[in-house]
Design a protein around this ligand. Structure first.
Ligand SMILES: NC(=O)c1ccc[n+]([C@@H]2O[C@H](COP(=O)([O-])OP(=O)(O)OC[C@H]3O[C@@H](n4cnc5c(N)ncnc54)[C@H](OP(=O)(O)O)[C@@H]3O)[C@@H](O)[C@H]2O)c1
Length: 265
């Protein structure tokens, strides 16, 4: 990664807030993350809030969002904002961005993390509705986020965008053709938008590696998935990596260190 203009953990100073350790970032970033109700998105939201940043998140599961909101307010003094919505809906994402613009004016980082994996089946066994849903959430949902949130970065000509990809956005895999197609599309979408954004804005794809989340369980099963790193182990590598991205990374295809190795599929 190129040297950073963002604050790194080393530059941050620690405070305590009612017994809970809070790391106050030198520069507080306003960070939008899609899909924060569980898995990697939730772990990122908690870690970045702990590092002193403000989180704006979304997801479909209201109960999980409510518990995250509580956890965020207990662990950090910032005004974090969570939206109960489906990224498939262009209108819902538009309204979310409108509210964020009114409250915050601009944003510093977008992490397009929300995604779905198809049931583990061969292409000709996958119902068309399931294929469509993966495409609608993973590709069109990401495009909706970019469409409505990039304009919040344009006035300052500053911002980092991380589109969560996968090893499956870089190779083919059996029983995952809709998901693979969607992640290859994320790579193409990101490389194209990288050529459209002004020079102060950076967009990358990030393969997070293999992490034991619900998505991993649904693809590999409980037994295999449990042999991989937890979201909490993952996030201490991923959060600084995201915070340290700079304009020199625009268009890059990145991977979080120690990704783990998938079994032969
Ligand atoms: N875990 C891995 O090993 C792995 C490997 C490679 C890539 N990835 C990528 O990493 C990202 C996170 O994956 P994960 O493992 O954390 O998956 P996960 O545990 O299934 O979590 C997915 C998150 O996305 C949200 N989401 C799904 N559909 C949504 C929609 N239509 N609108 C809004 N939010 C939605 C989910 O919340 P709701 O259900 O509440 O909406 C949840 O918070 C994904 O982009 C995935 O493709 C993961």
């Amino acid at each position: 990664m190129a040297s950073t203009k963002n604050s790194s953990k080393d530059e941050e100073l620690q405070e305590t807030n009612g017994g809970v350790e809070v790391i106050e970032a030198e520069t507080t970033k306003t960070i939008v993350i899609s899909g924060v109700s569980k898995g990697l998105g939730r772990a990122l939201a908690l870690e970045l809030a702990k590092r002193g940043h403000t989180i704006i998140g979304c997801g479909r599961d209201k109960i999980n969002l409510d518990s995250l909101q509580l956890q965020l307010s207990n662990s950090s003094p910032r005004n974090h904002l969570l939206f109960n919505l489906d990224v498939k809906s262009n209108e819902s994402v538009r309204e979310m961005a409108h509210t964020v613009r009114k409250k915050f004016g601009s944003i510093d980082i977008i992490v397009n993390n929300a995604a779905l994996v198809n049931a583990s089946l061969k292409l000709w066994e996958i119902p068309s509705e399931m294929f469509d849903n993966v495409i609608d959430i993973n590709i069109k949902g990401t495009a909706n986020m970019l469409r409505h949130f990039i304009p919040l970065m344009l006035p300052k000509n500053e911002g980092i965008i991380v589109n969560m990809s996968s090893l499956f956005g870089r190779i083919g895999a059996p029983h995952a053709s809709p998901y693979c197609s969607s992640k290859w599309a994320i790579e193409g979408l990101s490389k194209s938008v990288a050529k459209e954004v002004p020079n102060g804005i950076t967009i990358v794809t990030l393969d997070p590696g293999v992490i034991n989340t619900d998505m991993c369980v649904s693809f590999l099963g409980h037994h295999l998935a449990s042999q991989y790193q937890s979201p909490q182990e993952w996030v201490v590598k991923a959060a600084p990596m995201i915070l340290n991205l700079t304009t020199a990374d625009n268009g890059a295809t990145l991977i979080v260190p120690d990704p783990g190795v998938l079994p032969d599929l």
